[in-house]
Design a protein around this ligand. Structure first.
Ligand SMILES: *[C@@H]1O[C@H](CO)[C@@H](O)[C@H](O)[C@H]1NC(C)=O
Ligand SMILES: *[C@@H]1O[C@H](CO)[C@@H](O)[C@H](O)[C@H]1NC(C)=O
Ligand SMILES: *[C@@H]1O[C@H](CO)[C@@H](O)[C@H](O)[C@H]1NC(C)=O
Ligand SMILES: *[C@@H]1O[C@H](CO)[C@@H](O)[C@H](O)[C@H]1NC(C)=O
Length: 489
């Protein structure tokens, strides 16, 4: 449930000041009694004045943007791209989130006008972030997806969420890992305050946070379409039946994001601009939430959109893919991406295998055998018997199959290397690294199998067949189209 907004600053003066005194006392106690220990995680400016920005946050001068990603990885990647675009347009520093667990946070359905309210989705993401931190599984999406070229070309500025929180809320997310029971309650409270503040549960104001409440039920963001579309009705509206059934009064308007939220708008002065979900996709001739096109007049937007069409994985993953192709497959090969188990894909085995069969038969007519095939699939190797994959394995004269497992040394090494590289930990230039450069220790190695597999498929010179409707297949197609130069280097 959404906690009711309490006017805490005005009414319960006594309890609030007692809490502040107790918390400060505990903080000072631990700070001075254990100066070099892990208790040092609370910064000296622990001053989240219950729903207001700290002066430290306001003094930064830097303007930030965050958003609430959700669902699976591919979805999170497309929202990340949309967020880069928004941050670029609005000239704000993008706060880079971690990769959330598969479906840990769900949005709902825009076409059905049944989605989680932006405040609620933001706080769900925040709670999940704390959980990832506590379980030492936090990995930034920028540790997997390479945004360095965007950043070096100054198309966007980024900051890791952990760094943002330590600067802006004056508490390190690492403190979520604290074991000490006395300190833990004050830490939890401060983290909770920080989460509520940046999620907009305390409301919005002009200086601190502007939390966007408009979602895909009411708004389609557009940019710079000659100005005449701003405020017009979108072509996709809830029909009368839905309006009646759900008692909706919604009307979807097209609104210019720069005019509403950019420099010159009332929102400009807010230190933090918080979006909810940035999920968008084509729907009934329109877009669900963002409908932003390249525009020849705007060179910067043009370059930005060009760059985000395809964002590569970080070099550690790309080179693991290339290495596997070069050292293990050692020949031109074909890649098959077969999604067989998850959700909608369960019922389409026949069609999925049929596509592969056709491609392989035409390859056999053209070239020499055996045909080398790299297979990425969610069907465990032990279950291939009795499927078309089993047939391929048995036909060793014509086919030679390769696949990767998450226990393979190549995959493990890629994870070790990318953790060591720490791509996600970028500070903005005008800030001092404050509390907690080192994050909760003993990080579990991230599962990078799926990413390495995609990188292998990017190098498949004999061709590629993917599962129709799979976003992973789409990403591989993009990689093969725009980003396969790594295979040849
Ligand atoms: C964008 O923001 C940066 C940093 O706040 C500022 O230096 C720069 O002038 C801004 N650019 C534009 C075009 O407003
Ligand atoms: C925290 O507690 C858990 C079990 O309660 C223990 O396994 C872990 O080692 C402790 N960590 C630290 C840093 O003391
Ligand atoms: C429909 O919603 C309006 C407010 O949006 C409310 O006043 C009204 O009672 C609702 N009607 C029904 C049948 O739920
Ligand atoms: C895979 O095989 C195992 C053991 O033979 C079986 O228990 C399991 O249900 C199979 N899984 C699928 C998805 O077919």
């Amino acid at each position: 449930m959404l906690p009711k907004r309490k006017p805490q600053n005005r009414f319960p003066l006594v309890p609030v000041s007692v809490v502040i005194i107790v918390v400060s006392f505990m903080f000072l106690y631990y700070y001075y009694m254990a100066p070099s220990s892990s208790f040092n995680v609370l910064s000296k400016n622990m001053a989240l004045h219950f729903g207001q920005c700290s002066s430290q946050a306001l003094a930064l001068g830097e303007k930030f943007l965050w958003y609430a990603p959700h669902s699976g990885f591919s979805n999170q990647l497309s929202e990340f791209k949309n967020a880069i675009l928004m941050a670029g347009i609005l000239n704000r520093t993008l706060i880079v989130p971690p990769i959330l667990d598969h479906h840990a946070v769900a949005l709902g359905s825009c076409p059905k006008f049944r989605v989680l309210d932006p405040n609620l989705i933001r706080i769900s993401v925040w709670n999940h972030v704390i959980e990832l931190m506590r379980e030492r599984r936090y990995i930034s999406i920028a540790e997997i997806i390479d945004v360095s070229s965007l950043v070096s070309k100054s198309l966007v500025r980024v900051i890791d969420l952990r760094d943002f929180v330590s600067i802006w809320c004056g508490i390190s997310l690492d403190s979520a890992c604290l074991n000490d029971s006395t300190l833990q309650s004050s830490v939890s409270e401060t983290l909770k305050q920080c989460g509520s503040l940046i999620s907009g549960l305390h409301g919005s104001d002009n200086k601190c946070v502007h939390a966007i409440r408009d979602d895909c039920r009411t708004t389609v963001w557009i940019y710079n379409q000659g100005g005449h579309e701003d405020g017009t009705l979108d072509s996709f509206q809830p029909d009368e039946q839905l309006k009646k059934k759900k008692n909706l009064s919604y009307v979807r308007k097209r609104r210019d994001v720069f005019k509403s939220l950019g420099p010159g708008s009332q929102v400009e002065s807010a230190s933090l601009l918080a979006f909810g979900s940035l999920f968008s996709s084509p729907y009934k001739g329109s877009k669900l939430y963002m409908d932003i096109h390249e525009s020849p007049q705007d060179q910067r937007l043009q370059s930005l959109m060009e760059e985000i069409k395809f964002l590569p994985f970080v070099p550690e993953i790309m080179s693991a893919g290339k290495e596997f192709a070069r050292r293990t497959i050692k020949a031109p090969f074909f890649c098959a991406q077969l999604r067989l188990l998850d959700g909608q894909f369960k019922n389409h085995h026949k069609a999925t295998f049929q596509g592969l069969k056709q491609s392989l038969e035409s390859l056999r007519q053209k070239g020499s055998v055996p045909i080398h095939i790299f297979v990425m699939t969610d069907l465990p190797r032990d279950n291939w018997t009795g499927t078309y994959l089993g047939d391929l394995v048995n036909d060793a004269h014509h086919y030679k199959l390769f696949f990767l497992r998450d226990t393979d040394e190549l995959v493990r090494q890629a994870a070790v290397k990318l953790m060591a590289a720490g791509h996600g930990q970028r500070f903005i230039s005008n800030s001092k690294p404050t509390a907690g450069k080192r994050y909760c220790s003993n990080p579990t190695l991230p599962d990078v199998l799926l990413y390495v597999e995609q990188a292998v498929c990017g190098c498949a010179s004999l061709g590629f067949v993917g599962t129709s409707g799979s976003t992973i297949a789409e990403n591989i197609e993009l990689m093969r189209k725009y980003g396969s130069s790594y295979c040849r280097s």
